[in-house]
Design a protein. Structure first.
Lengths: 563, 349
């Protein structure tokens, strides 16, 4: 009976078999992505929990409090800036609007650990801000006045908001662009002013996109160790590392990571829920081509808009550029160093390979959820994004154990059967680094392609199928071309994040494998971040190329599809 | 996995172009593989001297965390020959985890005093670093200080330090526990916390910077950073920080100053065993010890070898004779104490 039931859904057995193949492929991919997690669970249960009396009494409550405070502040800050920027850019005309529309993405190119260092320098008692403050008010010493301390939870939030808000800006902007015309026009004919239309129509419509952007921001905040450690903010991730390294209990660290996972699953479910409840897509393809009409702002208001949008760019991009630019100018001779050129090439190759692999994997997972109703497939595809929220060092460690196990088993087998050793094939190879980064960032790619797919009119696929296309034919001929901008975005986001990636790269790399990020870190960790300034700027520049490409497609884009 | 091998070769080729011919054949003869927690910048001068003398090429892999786990996971197939790290607790941890092997070599044992190496030969201390007090030249007139004094209320709001969870501070606190017992140490740590000018953050250098900026009067730091700051030709502001402070050698009741070590160990499954032994012999020898002293401003462990002129100008170091393994054994207790006291939360909470 059940056979009959499925047969009516999928008429040809050959098609069913092909779906099965996609399902199996997706499950396999999801398994690979979740391998480090499984390995972490094993590690977590390898100890008796003897760390917990101390953790519960002295660490966890405060860490949870700090983490929640940080998440709240970052979510509030990033969504405020992101939404405001998206709204102003799409709904109004004011000086520098065109430039700002892409410049607002620039901070994405700055890794959090560099931003933290730059902010700490910039706002330090010896930095330009406090020096100016003293000069203006006639103070002699840093002790004579109160100044907010960047080395605090609030300061960490400021740093993270400054470099992470673009995620919200990007996701929200697309929706405003796409929905702006129809809905805003309708609202206005019904007597709404622009502000009223924003509150009552645009914002509610954009909510799923805002939530998706904020979810990315929060996961980055949760897994961040660079900024938190440097600014002395004791988050859960900080506790993971202190337990593992300070008290020598890897199991304890893994156990805390599992607690974090609970937080993440809650976040992801919230995001899912928000998406489920509200889904808006246009029914006519032509509707996507219409841009909202922008209202020209007058003098004071126009200046205020320009100033308001310059501020986040200056913070997230200007301050790091200022701080590292000054150090870099003293070390221009470093540019000729072959070590740096080598690191640049390695970075670009690693980031490109990772982005390719990640995008392919995401497409496979999404195609599987499109075709299959099997719960394990859908769940697997969802859980695949969890790696993004875990501290990168732990993901890498989990993967390390898996890869080394595979290598050593193969080696033992070959020795026993054929009398020769294959050694370590994957462990300590570039492949290990690429796999680790793919696992970490698959959420980014999957998220942006999925939100692109959700904005397509649902009937496109149905139309193709009713005209005789197979499911995969429709995917290849209709959906993929339409999704090209979203796929490009996914590729670029992963490229940028891989170029910034540090903890997985440093743990899994082979001899002589240096990326720009490891170069910067080696110098910073011996207390001389100045010596990494050129490399730091090169990371920003490397990340900038795709960011600018993205920006260009933003500016060109008439469909509003790309982001 | 053809792909894995292919990408490996790509990386290999890229490195080849840089290394000017040939340190990439991981298991070829004439190579020694080093897994290190010490930054390549700091060990490269010594390694270059080693290659110049022996012709053996060195391959360096720097890790910031998880070195022990990686060697452990790689097991018998691990390419690691020599493990290098700072901090005695990391050396003893490597031994405990079973990633090192015993080495009883006459040359090495003759070069290194017994107190700076593992009795069973699992690790060897190569340099000493003293944990001292940076004191503002301008505002601090004291010419001597004890570790106990750091908790004296007269320094309220005037003390700066990096995170209490850092290796260097955990070792200092471990030594304090060994000298004073946990209860007295915890009271002392509460005193430290109360004296803090602000939340512990940054590395050791920023503490000197904070003193130069007038944020605090005294700070806890390692000696060699002072040398590095005072000789920094590229960033003149660092010279200012380095010159804003005096180095005071704080002491425990026995009149001696806490020192930690950097060291090396022979990896358990070292594939280039003989070269690894040669490297450790070289590191313990006179030439390497001199380079460490001159370039890195560390204290050599070789008896009778003087530190650099710069380091001598700080004053005389009387190193604590407390067995290093005792310090390492107290690490976990020290780390828990830091959390319990809330040292890293700063003075207010």
């Amino acid at each position: 009976m059940t056979v009959d039931a499925t047969a009516t859904k999928h008429p040809a057995p050959a098609v069913r078999r092909r779906h099965r193949l996609v399902e199996i492929g997706a499950m396999a991919a999801a398994l690979v992505v979740m391998a480090p997690l499984v390995s972490l669970i094993f590690i977590a249960f390898s100890s008796d929990g003897s760390d917990w009396p101390h953790l519960i009494r002295n660490v966890i409550p405060a860490s949870i409090e700090t983490t929640l405070a940080l998440l709240t502040m970052v979510a509030a800050g990033a969504s405020f800036i992101g939404i405001l920027a998206a709204w102003l850019i799409t709904a109004f005309e004011f000086p520098l609007r065109r430039t700002l529309s892409w410049a607002l993405i620039l901070p994405l190119a700055v890794p959090t650990y560099l931003a933290a260092y730059a902010f700490a320098e910039f706002f330090h008692a010896t930095g330009p801000v406090q020096s100016l403050y003293r000069d203006l008010l006639g103070y002699q010493s840093a002790r004579d006045y109160w100044f907010p301390d960047i080395r605090s939870t609030g300061g960490t939030a400021l740093v993270l908001v400054s470099v992470l808000y673009p995620y919200v800006y990007m996701t929200t902007r697309v929706v405003f662009l796409m929905q702006g015309r129809n809905l805003a026009d309708a609202a206005r004919t019904l007597g709404c002013g622009p502000l009223n239309a924003f509150w009552r129509v645009l914002l509610p419509v954009a909510r799923p996109a805002v939530v998706a952007g904020v979810a990315l921001v929060l996961m980055e905040t949760l897994n961040d160790i660079g900024a938190a450690e440097y600014l002395g903010t004791k988050t859960l991730t900080f506790a993971v590392y202190a337990t593992w390294l300070g008290r020598g209990s890897l199991a304890g660290g893994a156990q805390i990571a599992l607690v974090m996972l609970a937080v993440v699953i809650a976040l992801l479910s919230a995001e899912q829920w928000a998406r489920k409840r509200q889904r808006f897509h246009n029914n006519r393809a032509t509707a996507m081509k219409l841009r909202p009409v922008r209202i020209r702002l007058r003098r004071a208001k126009a200046l205020a808009a320009t100033a308001a949008l310059c501020l986040p760019v200056l913070f997230g991009f200007g301050i790091p550029l200022f701080v590292f630019g000054r150090y870099a100018l003293r070390r221009l001779d470093q540019i000729a160093e072959p070590r740096l050129a080598d690191a640049l090439i390695t970075t670009v190759i690693t980031a490109s390979l990772t982005a390719l692999l990640t995008v392919s994997l995401s497409l496979l997972l999404l195609n599987a959820t499109r075709l299959s109703r099997a719960l394990p497939v859908r769940l697997g595809a969802r859980l695949a994004s969890i790696g993004y929220a875990l501290p990168g060092g732990l993901v890498a460690l989990g993967l390390l154990y898996v890869l080394a196990d595979i290598d050593n088993s193969v080696d033992a087998f070959m020795r026993a059967q054929f009398g020769f050793s294959t050694g370590l094939l994957l462990t300590g190879s570039m492949a290990a680094v690429v796999i680790a980064c793919t696992i970490r960032f698959v959420a980014l790619a999957e998220g942006s392609i999925r939100s692109g797919a959700e904005k397509l009119p649902a009937n496109i696929d149905e139309a193709a199928r009713s005209l005789g296309q197979t499911a995969s034919g429709s995917a290849r001929l209709i959906l993929l071309p339409l999704l090209k901008p979203a796929i490009l975005t996914a590729f670029l986001l992963v490229f940028v994040d891989t170029a910034k990636e540090l903890s997985a790269t440093i743990l899994l790399r082979p001899f002589g494998y240096n990326t720009l990020a490891t170069f910067v870190y080696e110098n910073a960790s011996r207390g001389a971040p100045e010596d990494g300034a050129i490399a730091a700027l090169m990371i920003v520049a490397t990340a900038l190329v795709p960011v600018l490409l993205l920006a260009a497609s933003f500016a060109r884009d008439s469909t509003g599809q790309s982001l | 996995m053809g792909w894995a091998r292919y990408t490996r070769r790509t990386v290999g080729l890229m490195t080849l172009a840089v290394a000017l011919g040939g340190s990439t054949a991981a298991y070829a003869e004439g190579v020694v593989n080093i897994y290190t927690y010490r930054q390549p910048e700091l060990i490269q001068p010594v390694l270059d001297a080693f290659t110049a003398e022996t012709g053996i090429q060195t391959q360096v892999l720097f890790l910031d965390k998880g070195l022990e786990e990686r060697v452990l996971a790689e097991g018998q197939n691990s390419p690691a020959d020599v493990i290098m790290t700072v901090d005695v607790a990391r050396l003893t941890k490597a031994k405990e985890k079973g990633i090192t092997q015993a080495l009883n070599d006459e040359t090495i044992n003759k070069n290194l005093p017994a107190e700076y190496r593992d009795p069973e030969g699992h690790w060897f201390g190569l340099t000493k670093r003293a944990r001292v007090v940076y004191a503002s030249k301008e505002r601090v007139k004291d010419s001597a200080i004890t570790y106990a004094d750091l908790a004296d209320p007269k320094w309220k709001g005037k003390l700066c330090m990096r995170s209490g969870q850092h290796d260097y501070n955990l070792a200092l606190f471990g030594a304090a526990i060994a000298h004073w017992g946990p209860e007295k140490t915890e009271q002392w740590m509460q005193g430290l916390k109360a004296n803090l000018a602000h939340k512990p953050e940054g590395g050791d250098r920023p503490q000197a910077k904070s003193i130069a900026a007038g944020e605090c009067d005294i700070a806890i730091g390692n000696t060699y950073y002072v040398g590095l700051m005072r000789t920094n030709e590229k960033d003149p502001e660092e010279k200012v920080w380095g010159n804003a402070i005096n180095v005071l050698f704080p002491t425990f009741e026995n009149g001696l100053t806490h020192v930690n070590i950097s060291g090396a160990a022979l990896a358990r499954y070292s594939p280039n065993h003989d070269n690894a032994v040669k490297l450790i012999q070289f590191l313990s020898g006179h030439k390497a010890q001199q380079i460490y002293a001159e370039k890195n401003f560390e204290y050599p462990v070789e008896p009778g070898l003087e530190p650099s002129e710069m380091v001598k100008s700080f004053g005389e170091l009387k190193a604590d004779t407390l067995p290093l393994v005792e310090i390492a054994a107290n690490r976990k207790a020290a780390s828990e104490m830091v959390d319990r006291v809330g040292l890293d939360d700063g003075p207010s909470s």
